[in-house]
Ligand binder design. Structure first.
Ligand code: GDP
Ligand code: MG
Length: 321
């Protein structure tokens, strides 16, 4: 059977359970450009999936934890709210630099292989080379594609630190920041940023010394921050053995429940979409700039600027006027 190239046909197939069709749609999003826009046109009107981001330094245990969370999530939403089933789980592992056959991601695949043959689990890694809006557009698009295909929950693992984390955190409903014992000094500079994005803190590798100090450090940080409606809980896990993972899943479920009960999810989704719209505007403008820069009119104007006949700002206004 040959796979269609028509996004509409592919989405129908993905809805019918074809993982190959879903994977192809995600490749289209990843590549960016007009094809990605065609896919986006189909998925933003469908219901968004619930998205949980796991972020933290390389080696913190995000992949191991994600693997454990797949099993916990398959047991349904837990915590203090009503039990609700989760029929299917998707994992999106994001690597900004390497293509998805790269070493790091391959390692993640191997780590999650316990679920590789489970038809109700979909695991995909994603690079964003080529997407003009970068991660800021590729990730939300991909999440919507997965949701439109009918998967209700996506776990998003972010490989990276800094601005990327903030961008990905902005695209997920619940953001889990993963740290390790002894993290404090290393992350000193980035603490304010982490606090801003975290709905939940996990101290993973709780089998190692320094857990109490790490907790104290986090609590101190939370004390000093402005009080919010939701105080990020701190959960200790040993992802390597699975200890604490049920508590983590319950805390994630509680945060989702909090968002639903206080009608905060709608507000969060509106904020997410505002960011996407802004990025889409930037990407669209950037595309026209690239086109303009290739035109004869532009080169003629440049010649006049180089010859000293015109200043660059006046030239820009004339080009756009
Ligand atoms: N001791 C210990 N090691 C862990 C734990 N969780 C993960 N690891 C190990 O830490 C390393 C990095 O884990 P990985 O999940 O790839 O981290 P990621 O880069 O954040 O995705 C691997 O060798 C894991 O086996 C834990 O709870 N305790
Ligand atoms: Mg990883």
């Amino acid at each position: 059977m040959t796979l269609s190239r028509d996004p509409g046909v592919l989405l129908e197939e993905a809805r019918g359970g074809s993982r190959v069709a879903l994977a192809r749609l995600l490749s289209m999003v990843e590549r960016g450009g007009p094809v990605a826009a065609d896919v986006a046109a189909l998925v933003y009107t469908a219901e968004a999936p619930y998205t949980v981001g796991l972020t933290g330094a390389p080696g913190a245990g995000k992949s191991t934890l994600t693997d454990q969370l797949i099993s916990a999530a398959r047991g349904g939403w837990s915590g203090s709210g009503p039990a609700e089933p989760v029929d299917e789980v998707a994992v999106l592992a994001i690597d900004p630099s390497s293509p998805f056959t790269g070493g790091a991601i391959l390692g993640d695949r191997v780590r999650m292989q316990a679920h590789a043959t489970d038809p109700s689990v979909f695991i995909r890694s994603m690079a964003t080379r080529g997407h003009l809006g970068g991660l800021a557009l590729a990730v939300p698009d991909a999440l919507r594609v997965i949701g439109a295909a009918g998967l209700p929950l996506v776990l998003v693992e972010t490989v990276g630190v800094g601005q990327m984390e903030v961008e990905v955190a902005g695209a997920t409903d619940t953001t889990v920041v993963v740290v390790n014992p002894g993290w404090g000094d290393a992350m000193q500079a980035n603490k304010a940023g982490l606090l801003e994005i975290a709905d939940l803190f996990v101290i993973n590798k709780a089998d190692r010394p320094g857990v109490a100090e790490a907790r104290r450090d986090l609590e101190q940080m939370l004390e000093l921050s402005a009080p919010k409606q939701w105080r990020p809980p701190i959960v200790e896990t040993t992802a390597a053995t699975g200890a604490g993972v049920d508590e983590l899943w319950a805390a994630i479920s509680d945060h989702r429940r909090h968002l639903l009960d206080h009608r905060l999810l709608e507000a969060a989704r509106a904020t997410q979409l505002e960011r996407v719209l802004r990025q889409a505007v930037v990407a669209t403008v950037e595309t026209s700039v690239i086109e303009l820069a290739g035109s004869a009119r532009y080169r003629a104007m440049l010649d006049r600027v180089v010859a000293g006949e015109l200043d660059p700002y006046r030239a820009a206004r004339e080009l756009l006027g």
